[in-house]
Design a protein around this ligand. Structure first.
Ligand code: UTP
Length: 294
């Protein structure tokens, strides 16, 4: 049974400066919740209950966010604000939280490698702490990936992919898909941030992975690649070249990926989620309409 997720949240988030100077990118609000809360809620929905955050300097707000804050709860009760207690219900969801530090920000691959002593040979999920999947809180992509992994004994990894426009492929790890089945495809190769001319497809890695612990052997011997960082994609690629079987799954149309790593995608995500808010969405929409008509 796979019920452990490694959630890397140690990156510096330099593309969002000055917003991220003293607060974690993963704690930025998207409408009413911080990004990383959406990630954890999605994982719980998919049956994953142990969350291992790989954190770093300046990220303690994440730990505080998932702690149970009895003082705040007592305060809300004492001041007659019981209705707000529902906003803290996520604290009591069925999950355990663990934290370890990536002491130097050497890239996503290195952040995952930091989890090795905790993972100890298990199969595990990796869910990027700065990416939300699906706006309607229904995505069970990780559950689909876990089922696929468990049904295919020889598989070493399952990766979620999303189709992106041709001129955006240079921002992502891109799949070279092989044989297609109904709900997955064989991953024949993967290329980190190719130019549009070099890209083998428009299928971009979408922030969710399931791995066997064998990935660590490859991460340990992966040399820094693009940007001087140890790239997760490079380790996956080396495994595929060694004939290790990886599968790709498509996000469904209701499972769009919202990566808040740059201002354009962050603003877009915030706007879409605010418009979909059950309480405030309608009035935000009215306001935006008026603004656009001016
Ligand atoms: P990004 O690739 O967006 O990198 O991280 P970043 O360093 O956070 O952002 P920029 O490029 O400086 O703007 C994707 C996910 O991987 C984590 C991040 O916290 C984010 O959730 N990450 C990245 C780490 O945990 N450690 C790293 O060394 C790099």
């Amino acid at each position: 049974m796979i019920d452990l997720a490694v959630i890397p949240v140690a990156g510096r988030g330099t593309r969002l400066l000055p917003l991220t100077k003293s607060q974690p990118k993963e704690m930025l609000p998207v409408a009413g919740k911080p990004v990383v809360q959406y990630v954890v809620e999605e994982l719980i929905r998919s049956g994953v209950h142990r969350m291992l955050f790989v954190t770093g300097a300046g990220k303690t707000a994440i730990e505080n966010h998932f702690d149970i804050d009895n003082e705040l709860i007592d305060n809300l009760r004492a001041t007659g604000k019981e209705d707000l207690l529902a906003e803290l219900a996520f604290e009591r969801k069925d999950a355990d939280y663990f934290y370890l530090r990536q002491r130097r920000q050497l890239g996503l691959g290195h952040a995952v490698l930091c989890a090795e002593p905790f993972v100890r040979g298990q199969r595990f999920v990796v869910a990027l702490g700065d990416s939300i999947i699906g706006r309607g809180s229904e995505s069970k992509i990780v559950q689909r990936m876990i089922n696929l992994f468990e049904k295919n004994g020889d598989v070493k990894g399952v990766i979620a992919f999303e189709e992106v426009p041709h001129d955006e492929v240079f921002q992502y790890g891109i799949a070279q898909p092989g044989k297609n089945s109904t709900d997955f495809f064989e991953l024949d190769d993967i290329v980190e941030k190719p130019s549009p001319e070099e890209a083998p497809s428009q299928l971009a890695v979408a922030a969710r992975y399931v791995f066997s612990a064998e990935i660590f052997e490859y991460l340990r011997t992966t040399t820094p690649g693009k940007g001087g960082e140890i790239q997760l994609t490079d380790a996956i690629r080396r495994m595929i070249h060694d004939k290790k079987r990886f599968l790709g799954v498509h996000l469904s149309p209701s499972e769009l990926r919202y990566d808040i790593g740059n201002f354009e995608s962050y603003f877009t995500a915030f706007t879409e989620f605010a418009l979909a808010d059950p309480v405030y969405g309608a009035s935000v929409k009215q306001h935006l309409k008026k603004l656009l008509e001016r």
